[in-house]
Design a protein around this ligand. Sequence first.
Ligand code: 26W
Length: 831
Amino acid sequence: MDRPKRIKKLTLPPIELDAKEDALPQAISNHLAFSVGKDDLTATNHDFFVSVAHVARDRMVGRLMETMRHYYDEDAKRVYYFSLEFLMGRALSNSLDNLGLLEETKKSLASMGIDPEEVFDSEPDAGLGNGGLGRLAACFLDSMATLGIPGYGYGIRYEYGMFYQRIENGRQVESPDNWLRYGNPWEFPRQEVLYPVKFHGRVVEYADEKGLLRYHWVDTEDLMAMAYDNPIPGFGGETVNNMRLWSAKSSHEFDLTYFNEGNYIKAVESKNESENISKVLYPDDSTSMGRELRLKQQYFFVCASLQDILYRFSKFHDNCDLLPEKVAIQLNDTHPSIAIAELMRLLVDVRFIDWDRAWKITTGVFAYTNHTLMPEALETWPVELMERILPRHLQIIYEINRRFLKDVMRSWPGDNDLLRRVSLVDENPSGKRVRMAHLAIVGSHKVNGVAELHTKLMKETIFADFDRIYPGKIVNMTNGVTPRRWIKQANPGLAGLITATIGPEWVRDLSRLREIESFAQDPVFRKDFAAVKRANKECLARFLRDRLGIESSPDSLFDVQIKRIHEYKRQLLNVLHIVTAYSRIIRDPAQQVVPRTVVFSGKAAPGYATAKLIIKLINDVAEIVNHDHRVAGRLNVAFIPNYSVSNAEMIIPAADLSEQISTAGTEASGTGNMKLAMNGALTIGTLDGANIEIRAEVGEENIFIFGLTADEVLDFKRKGYVPRSFYSANEELRTTLDMIGSGYFSPDEPGRFRGLVDGLLTSDPFFLLADYASYLEAQKKVESVFVDPDRWIQMAILNVARMSRFSSDRTIGEYAQKIWGVSPLIPPSRA
Ligand code: 26W
């Protein structure tokens, strides 16, 4: 096809700043006046945020358009990252820094008498994600833009993001995160980029002019998906990619049937109902609830995104066989995996491509990332539900399954048990269900785990059959995090020190961090490094004092566990250590102890009762320990409410010790472990997820490893695990569990934690009791090193120096090469 000719090339707005010194302050006050309608007398910090965001956005638009045009001109293969979650956090200082405008902007605001930090802090977090999976998507977007990879994020513009968490009486209380209340200066609403999305209805068969059987999906309920574009600037600002989020709009402002009947209210109500689809992020990580609205969300964004992608593809190509050469779609977990059935439907039912060709195209396009081995997190949808909402997709899934099982049967004749295990449909006595992971594996050319151990376990356990059926399809892509946000912005002190020592290149090329290794012995560097950590700790200590009323000394060991609250992550094991340490102190208050401040932060899924009880326990323990005069400030416990990207940016740089203590074989990778180690926290952790690879990088002498290995855990599971035997054999463990179970920390309700303790004694599915002694041993070792500040600092420096493998730039480079088949495009501005 001919490319449409451009009549006249527009002159793009420049990103370079006006050379005049007052250009930036002028731009800010222009937006304050013209975009916000205020002057400096009436403007709030938030008004300044909006103005500065507009100034930054203005400078991204030119590069965004240039980038998109360049991809278009080169007919580049694009990567589409499909994710129900993008946990972006704040964008202002990130954008300014990536554009190279951060320092100038701070100066400008200061010259106007405005505190830049207050302006940055008035931006609400874009909390469109639960945790690891959503934040990984955000880091990947940053890396794709920084590397110059034609990558687009596709997701949902939730009106309400991750709920706000308050702690009342020690318990989690949720409130809605109405993050768009004051508008969103970053996004470009695209009123005209609007696609229909169908639900319900029925399928009719018909014969086409050649007599071939065809399918029509009719009598559907329709709504519209409207695009909002969010620019994603890479570091250096040369490439600006796009994240396109969809919002549900009713397909007709007034439903005519109701309107004609004179029922105006009903008409408007039905409009509201369809717009509910993009209303709220589901706050459950790691349990699939099987809710109808959730399936609708998944199909809604997948359907709109695929239409958008095919529209873009068709501007250039009319042969769909070329799709895999031009389009790679990465499925972030199974959440968007209905895309496989939808692309088949578009190719077979709408474009009349025969099944085998369509299947080759589809499997050439998709790849699937698994993020969890937990059985309860694997998504399955009741067949009855899918039949009602997406009847044609269910037929297509059945057909995919029929052909797949036929192939399996040919290779493994007679193995009916294998067929039952790998089928896309779980024939459960309590009702048939579609297994989305199986659909994702069968419909993708590559499937990946997110750390070496996780990938190995995928191949050996949950997906062992598929590894046999498709040798080589399952590959590893160890996670990473962006050093722009997680070192440079979160920890400007450390970033400044690194840059002063080895120059600024590390920001784009984290392998350069190795160069600071040779400074681990340098007394001046050590002193500076220690001073940075000290200042960060002082800052967190101030926060704990001012916001939570907890007095903690910056000299104490800052021991940090920040992540979703989940039994497998074992915040409870951390509590067992705290209670043990506490009872040691009260037994002998005069003894020497290493002062500690234990910091927790994390949200529990609103319906996860045990996780919520663990939050209550942490707060009850904190209440007693923090106020016991015998402790005399040597042990403090703090639960920081509302864990979020912004809170993480404050906590991580201040951490000495990073708690990564999940039961071996349960945490797919972890990414907080990487962020903390990069910021000079030492890890105490199990041989789980990426901890294993962190140990390999930093050296086993620079990390505190404890506990059962994944193999040993499996062994216990096979041979039988008797948690009570550990209780009987260990006096300190007994004391600790008895204190918790008998109500020492809950005098107002002594039985409050009895169930929690009994659970540990009778089943303990996450092996806390088995790992307790070894965990305590490791904590002792931590303390023996911490009292030798020189040694501790050296270990911390080596951790920072050796973490380069965990840059998401490395991860994205591997995806690009091994899964997507794309390479970076040199931006025109650099060519
Ligand atoms: C269907 C409900 C649901 C929602 C979210 C199930 C499962 C999830 C995610 C898989 C939970 C998640 O965020 N997983 C985390 O992904 C990170 C990025 O790969 C890993 O580092 C974490 O180990 C993993 O728990």
